[in-house]
Design a protein around this ligand. Structure first.
Ligand code: FES
Length: 154
């Protein structure tokens, strides 16, 4: 079985599900802390499949992104792997209270990741943060500038 290629520089982020499935994300339509799931579409138009290519795109509140991650973000919008590094659950929710408030929270065993810190692990059993997919804004779309910054998933 051929492994699905993972996200690479030049890929456009498209909606993973819903009415806009397969269509490019509009970064201006992203409200702060309301994550949207995406997949990378290669420059040849192929949508990359497999769980390793499920991406959480999230706008952090203005000015809250740690400066060291600014180069890998499109303004306030960051993209991280949606696959928890603990046991591979989908991380697509933002917590509403306690340590999880305003952060990406895995509902399986409670790992918490901070999008302001590029998906760094804040709490829980996950051994590592969620790897980031460096992106930029180009012609109103989100485009990867490199592959994931680290190993995706478990
Ligand atoms: Fe996410 Fe266990 S799979 S915390």
């Amino acid at each position: 079985v051929k492994a699905a290629a993972t996200a690479s520089a030049g890929d456009t982020l498209v909606h993973f599900q819903g009415d806009n499935e397969g269509l490019p994300l509009d970064p201006n339509a992203l409200a702060p802390l309301e994550p949207v799931l995406a997949r990378p579409r290669s420059s040849s138009g192929e949508i990359r499949e497999g769980t390793a290519n499920i991406i959480t795109v999230i706008r952090v509140p203005g000015g809250e992104l740690e400066e060291s991650f600014a180069e890998m973000a499109a303004g306030d919008v960051v993209a991280v792997s949606a696959i928890c590094t603990h046991q591979g659950c989908l991380v697509s929710d933002v917590g509403t209270f306690g340590t999880a408030e305003g952060k990406l929270a895995c509902t399986c065993h409670g790992s918490i990741f901070d999008p302001r810190m590029g998906g760094e692990r804040v709490a829980g059993p996950a051994p590592r943060g969620l790897p980031m997919l460096p992106i930029m804004q180009e012609s109103g779309h989100l485009v990867a500038t490199a592959g994931f910054t680290g190993k995706v998933g478990v």
